[in-house]
Design a protein around this ligand. Sequence first.
Ligand code: HEC
Length: 436
Amino acid sequence: MAARLWFACLTITTAVFYSSAQSPPASRSAPTFYKDVLPILQQHCQTCHRRGEIAPMPLESYLDAKKYAKQIQRMTSSKAMPPWFADPRFGKFSNDPSLTAEQIATIAAWVEAKSPEGNPADAPPPAHWAQGWNIPKPDLVIEMPQPVSLPAHGDVEYTYEIVPTGFTEDKWVQASEIRPSSRDHVHHAVVYIRPPNSKWLRNAPVGRPFTAADMTSEQDLRDALFTDSDMLLVYAPGSSPDNWPEGMAKCIPAGSDLIFQMHYTTNGHAAKDQTAVGIVFSGQPPRQRVLTLQLANHSFVIPPGAPDFRVEVFGTLPNDATLLSFFPHMHLRGKRFEYDVIHADGSIETLLRVNYHFHWQMSYRLAEPRFLTAGTKLKAVGWFDNSRHNPHNPDPEQTVRWGPQTYDEMMVGFFDLAVPANVDKWQYFVRHSPAR
Ligand code: HEC
């Protein structure tokens, strides 16, 4: 028995990040909160389960965890928590919060032992969260200049606010995070970078909310929904902030404006929202610049009742680039989403497959960024469930097309690339080497 216990200890201590190789085996017999459970909560749960964040209850103190012990065991054993939707057969992702089998077993053993507290001296150092942020303390917070009033019911058109940055030199963004003030109403938010030479929404008002309906010219109306401007970042519930690897950053050129594009949904309570974006600048100029591109299909027609309707889109990289991350976006009928590379011999390599969940729109960051040469063919595939078996489906009788509201559909595979620091999005699309 003693030998088996030792064996169990060894597998635990080698497989997980909090090692207790120093302690005598007896103390491992029942896991305790401070020694065994709190490190897991800090690393895998508190980004959301702390005061002021998106989860319904904090899991910070012993009392927090003890109160929810049974639910914690249930949600971790079933792998419902932490939320993660990538099919484990494809790709490895650095922001995968999933617990190891050992961690799940540790939590179960702790709950079964009636949640012992243990010795506070065994606790890991407290996690340092910048107050209100999941990135390090921002160097700059840019808020929408005016709050947007949201009605209790009905659709809200996409709402924009333009904010001049006043930057007199190019600025490099290492990390950024979007913080809605009324999170329950934000279905998605995009912060675009409008460089000074861009004509996009040039006739629109600055510093106050407007929608496409306020646009007077046809061109501005079209512009409201379609742009080739680069994005600083996208937010959707459950999404994580951007934090680029060392030596890589997003560029906000001197004189740029930030344009907030807000998609609000109503939920029976009127509210005001004033979303902000927090920015951490790079310590030094990066070697590479991060661009966000997309593979999108706008012309699909999903028949009523279709349970697994497939939509695909192809693209070819105009120049070499390093692929960093993905952010699939669909609406209520979204079911699965996949990104593939099509090799020269026609074989298909799947980089990511997501079992899509409308309430959890996440980014997936490659554990190892992937260098792709000019001419690489990329494919994105989305599957939609328009049947009555989809619990989110607002109306299985409808034929569904692309559109901005959640009862319309979208099929957008955002992805982030790193390119040389002096290349902007427009230059990237100028082909330097012949396509294969
Ligand atoms: C990305 C954010 C996020 C992370 C990380 C996360 N949770 Fe959650 N959790 C939520 C949200 C939001 C809910 C509310 C229910 C829902 O929307 O699914 C929730 C619900 C729960 C519940 C259900 C409460 C109930 O109603 O029964 C438990 C238990 C739970 N989480 C435990 C955990 C544990 C344990 C971890 C870490 C191992 C974790 N969560 C990680 C966001 C998160």
